[in-house]
Design a protein around this ligand. Structure first.
Ligand code: CTP
Length: 398
């Protein structure tokens, strides 16, 4: 279920349907989403902040000028945090505020300040719903790209019968869930390795490499955008975790091997972008090595090949490897693909004149699989990652 780890901002406005927002919050939390509730002042007349807090494990917010909350996560940060905003229930008044672009409380300000999609579930008396002013406001919201869910028709709290009831929480949940599971890789469990590894020499020194992790993080993001459920096993990297991706941080090749082998058999796709150290010091000094000797020798031993080990699993995932080469790029890469028994290899020209590779923001790839190949020319790493994911997706579905 790819709602897992999504950041959902649930805005609750002041109508009798506000109590149903608690059930919606519960369904979202149960699906693994991280839910932050923001209530308008009038919502507080219908339901208590504590109810939402107990369900979401997060303090409910309502005040734009609350210095303690703003210091912890300011409203702009909160607007950026959200992957999706749901206004449920949305009163006629709040819909009017949104249509006008008002920012007179925390929730309306967040609606303006967020770049995330905003879903609106109206709830009001049928007469208020059919009033031309409300209908014009709804049209405006649709023109602004807001998704309107409902309302449903039926018996209303005021005794009227007609359109205006908020959609049931389960229906809102299904619609929202569908937004996150509609990509070409929906339901695919993907595992990605990224970044360098660090092989300890003593408590303060290690053997490392220049990998930034940018390509692997971009691939994790591109897979997630296509609806895959992504786990990223990352060597030391300062890069932010792409939204919706589960990250496991490791240091050494053996740790990365362990982390990967624990989950690889349950995955459908494995993409190995990590620059894994081929060797590690045979022994790690328990205290800092002093410079007493004139020369030092260090014996290195081979690390396991993570990619080859995953490819050797009996009913393992579809495997994609990377090959960094300085010459004979295509021939060497294809030899690597066959030797490691992997399904696809993305070859990377890291010769000095190529312009792409390790710490660069751009890269070019030559992708090879059994019976086919495709060149992906030099471009930004995220764009390139999306193109590679498109190729992977075609092969998986074929
Ligand atoms: N890889 C891995 N585990 C290792 C080494 C490499 O998973 N211990 C993966 C990398 O993430 C990458 C691919 O294997 O996807 C690249 O392998 P590379 O180290 O370039 O290939 P080698 O077979 O070691 O060949 P070379 O002689 O070129 O080093």
């Amino acid at each position: 279920m790819s709602l897992a780890n999504r950041h959902i901002l649930l805005g609750v406005t002041g109508g009798i349907a506000a109590y149903k927002a608690a059930e919606l919050a519960r369904l979202l939390v149960k699906a693994g989403a991280r839910v932050q509730v923001v209530m308008t002042r009038s919502a507080g007349e219908f339901i208590g902040a504590m109810t939402f807090q107990a369900i979401t494990g997060k303090e409910t917010r309502s005040d734009l000028f609350d210095s303690a909350h703003e210091a912890a996560m300011g409203h702009i940060e909160l607007a950026r945090w959200a992957d999706l905003v749901i206004i449920a229930p949305a009163t006629a008044n709040f819909i009017a505020l949104m249509a006008r672009g008002s920012a007179n409380d925390l929730l309306s300000t967040l609606c303006l300040a967020t770049a995330a999609p905003v879903v609106v579930a109206p709830a009001m008396n049928r007469q208020m719903w059919s009033d031309p002013a409300t209908q014009a406001n709804i049209e405006t919201l649709q023109e602004h790209g807001r998704l309107i869910l409902g309302p449903a028709a039926g018996e209303q709290a005021c005794g009227d019968v007609g359109p205006g009831r908020m959609l049931e929480p389960a229906d809102i949940f299904d619609a929202v869930n569908g937004m996150f599971t509609s990509g070409a890789l929906a339901g695919v469990r993907a595992l990605v390795t990224a970044g360098p590894t660090r092989e300890a020499i003593d408590p303060v020194r290690f053997i490392g490499n220049r990998s930034s992790g940018k390509m692997g993080f971009a691939i994790a993001q591109a897979l997630e955008e296509q609806g895959a459920e992504v786990t990223l096993v990352a060597g030391p990297s300062q890069l932010p975790t792409p939204s919706g991706v589960t990250r496991i941080d490791v240091e050494a090749a053996l740790e990365m091997h362990n982390a990967v082998m624990q989950i690889a058999a349950d995955c459908d796709l494995f993409v190995a972008t990590a620059a894994v150290a081929d060797y590690r010091p045979e022994t790690v000094a328990s205290s800092k090595i002093k410079k007493t000797a004139e020369s030092q020798e260090m014996r290195l031993v081979r690390n396991p090949d993570i990619l080859a080990d995953v490819a050797a699993l009996a009913s393992g995932p579809f495997t994609v490897g990377f090959a960094a080469e300085t010459d004979n790029v295509v021939a060497y890469a294809d030899e690597k693909r066959q030797r490691k028994c992997i399904d696809m290899i993305a070859a990377n020209d890291v010769s000095s004149q190529s312009g792409g590779g390790f710490d660069s923001d751009e890269n070019a790839l030559h992708v090879l699989w059994e019976g086919g190949q495709q060149e992906l020319p030099m471009t930004g790493k995220l764009r390139l990652a999306r193109q590679l994911v498109e190729l992977i997706s075609q092969k998986i579905h074929a």
